[in-house]
Design a protein around this ligand. Structure first.
Ligand code: AMP
Ligand code: FE
Ligand code: FE
Ligand code: ZN
Length: 291
């Protein structure tokens, strides 16, 4: 069987028809570790017939104003967002924020802290690589990343570009995956504080790709503590997982979201549009914001 066939797709793609499912609510640009500009991403979305797109770059909202402009010019509804790395009872969770006021001072101040931690982490990764005799300079990574939210994918790309690794995949396998010699743990805000931050910025807090986190037992407590939604549809979640999380979202009165988690061309064919969330869920997300 084609493994791709078992990957969740909430409805078949019929480009241009919003009722067939035409929202992608998990997307990255080169403001974090994606490779597309906001304009390129919006253009791809238009070509795929997307009606709604959300930008969820890691620890930044900087791409949102440009993405809003680009989407507006293409007749696409835009939701400003972010993806924060948080921690709850020892588990790493990624929290998506939607409908954020991207100018809210507290959000921007906290994001600045996350970004400086990311930059420090790149220096630490380079130092560990250097100790192993791999001569990668942090400055090369910063130059390649050219953004305020650098991450491991940028280190991997720099290693590949400088011929210190044969590919990005090899860089992760040899050095950067959790437990590998240049892996450096990332500072994580508590999930409670992250949800507060997103709420104070006028947004909703949604748990990203629960199927990748292996900590379903914490979801009911997060829901009690303010979680608004669950990413039931994601490129790396199977149909079985989607059905499971749909039922869980219903039981816990969480809104349902979905997105491709496209990072651009960094991992072969872009994932954008591979998940097409039906418009009804976008409507419910908007209602949750107002309630
Ligand atoms: P960071 O936030 O710096 O820890 O980097 C996390 C990012 O690295 C995520 O956006 C993933 O898409 C990417 N990533 C994680 N593991 C791998 C891997 N094995 N190969 C390629 N990319 C990966
Ligand atoms: Fe990423
Ligand atoms: Fe994530
Ligand atoms: Zn993501």
């Amino acid at each position: 069987m084609n493994p791709a066939a078992s990957i969740a797709n909430p409805s078949p793609a019929r480009p241009g028809d919003p009722s067939s499912g035409s929202a992608d609510l998990h997307l990255h640009t080169l403001f974090s570790d994606g490779t597309f500009t906001p304009e390129e991403l919006a253009q791809r979305g238009a070509e795929l017939g997307l009606a709604t797109m959300a930008l969820t770059d890691h620890d930044t909202v900087e791409g949102c104003p440009r993405m809003a402009m680009a989407c507006s010019g293409l007749g696409i509804e835009f939701i400003p967002g972010t993806e924060l790395t948080a921690e709850f009872e020892g588990h790493e969770v990624h929290l998506l924020g939607y409908f954020l006021d991207v100018h809210q001072p507290k959000l921007l101040a906290e994001i600045k802290k996350f970004q400086s931690v990311r930059q420090e982490r790149i220096r630490e990764m380079a130092a560990r690589l250097n100790k192993m005799g791999v001569p990668l300079r942090a400055e090369s990574v910063f130059a390649l990343a050219n953004c305020h939210s650098p991450g491991r994918p940028h280190v991997a790309r720099a290693l590949a570009q400088e011929g210190l690794c044969s590919s990005v995949d090899e860089a992760f396998e040899r050095f950067l995956k959790k437990g590998r010699p240049a892996w450096v743990p990332k500072y994580k805000i508590s999930a409670l504080a992250a949800m507060d931050l997103l709420h104070q910025a006028g947004g909703l807090a949604v748990m990203a790709h629960p199927g990748l986190n292996h900590c379903d037992q914490i979801i009911p407590r997060l829901a009690e503590l303010g979680l608004d939604g669950l990413e039931c549809f994601h490129s790396k979640q199977t149909n079985t997982q989607s059905e499971y999380y749909l039922a869980l979202a219903k039981r816990l009165s969480l809104v349902v979201t979905g997105g491709s988690d496209c990072h651009g061309l960094s991992k072969g064919k872009p994932l954008i549009g591979g998940i097409r969330l039906p418009a009804i869920y976008v409507e419910k997300l908007k209602q949750a914001r107002l309630s």
